[in-house]
Design a protein around this ligand. Structure first.
Ligand SMILES: *Cc1c(COP(=O)(O)O)cnc(C)c1O
Length: 333
């Protein structure tokens, strides 16, 4: 239809292409539909190797597209899919890898690409946490056959609800645009209604004007957390990898209770009692959505999920509050 996409949506699309440094981004109603439409545009069959250490949406997108998730364990330092464990899970039914740039930390994209090329697999990234992240000077949305962003209100950049699919291929971008609008034009694929509306696109244009300032305010709070908590025995922080421009979306910390002297759950309760809402993110693992198979044992993801806590982090978080949170954590031992 001639009125799709609308004027604000087109403006936001081109502003995001510039900001994210990607060839094409197609805007949709939310990050979850971005994942579903990306998988569906490629007409995949069979199994998709993925991580259980993510939000439910990643696993649900696979299931709802008629595909079977196969869970691969994660790297204990980055919390991302561990490429050294992928090969053992590949079968003749495997058609793709769907990895997540967890907490905005880029996956090992080179190793994943090598595996995909060697086995003829497509590569998808759930980049819901990674808005504005760059790897080796290139926008994170430019890696893989498709990368999906969420613009939900809880994310670094938002349109209240919204999402975007980045694709290097113009024909596939067109197919995604077709799928989000019922497949009305060519009718060759059953589409859905996943359009972004003009109100949200307008909100996105406003929010995008402030994104650099928002990220630098997040960086300030994150630096204070790091200063206070780095090097403390039993506390593990997420790495800042070389060649990465981070977005400071989250401040996850893993408590090794036997070394720190208090468990994740004890710290969560202590903070909650003082009115501070940290999040057990991601707990439980998304593999609970499927029947567990012994082939999918993921001991690293299980352990991280039981011991990780995301501390409050948002642009207007004051350094005083960061200090108060750190004091509570350090006094919990
Ligand atoms: C937020 C999120 C999604 C889903 O995005 P919505 O815009 O809420 O639909 C998917 N995957 C991850 C990892 C997320 O954090």
């Amino acid at each position: 239809m001639a009125d799709e996409p609308g004027e604000k949506q087109q403006k936001l699309q081109s502003a995001l292409q510039d900001y994210l440094g990607v060839r094409h981004i197609e805007l949709v109603t939310n990050g979850h539909m971005a994942l579903e439409l990306a998988l569906q545009a490629f007409g995949l069959h069979g199994q998709v190797i993925t991580t259980p250490f993510t939000f439910l949406s990643t696993t649900l997108a696979i299931l709802r597209s008629g595909l079977t998730p196969v869970f691969c364990d994660i790297d204990p330092e980055t919390f991302n899919l561990d490429p050294t464990k992928v090969e053992a899970l590949i079968t003749p039914q495997t058609s793709a890898i769907l990895a997540v740039h967890v907490y905005g930390t880029p996956c090992n994209v080179d190793a994943i690409q090598r595996l995909a090329a060697a086995h003829g697999l497509k590569v998808f990234y759930d980049a819901a946490h990674a808005f504005g992240v760059h790897l080796r000077g290139k926008g994170i949305g430019g890696y893989g056959d498709a990368a999906c962003f969420s613009f939900h209100a809880t994310k670094v950049f938002h349109t209240a609800e919204g999402g975007g699919i980045c694709l290097p291929d113009a024909d596939l971008a067109k197919r995604v645009a077709e799928l989000r609008n019922f497949g009305i034009e060519d009718g060759s694929q059953q589409g859905t209604n996943a359009k972004m509306d003009e109100l949200r696109a307008a909100m996105g244009l406003c929010n995008l004007r402030h994104i650099e300032e928002e990220i630098s305010k997040r960086a300030r709070a994150a630096a204070r957390y790091r200063e206070r908590l780095a090097g403390i025995e039993g506390i593990q922080l997420a790495p800042i990898l070389t060649g990465v421009r981070p977005n400071f979306a989250y401040f996850p910390i893993v408590f090794h209770a036997h070394l720190f002297g208090a468990s994740r759950d004890q710290i969560f309760d202590r903070l909650a009692a003082c009115g501070i809402m940290a999040r057990k993110y991601f707990y439980p693992l998304t593999s609970v959505l499927t029947k567990r198979s012994s082939r999918w044992e993921t001991p690293v993801a299980d352990a991280v999920s039981r011991n990780i806590l995301c501390l409050p982090l948002y642009p207007d978080l004051s350094l005083n509050t960061v200090d108060k949170i750190c004091n509570l954590i350090l006094q919990s031992r």
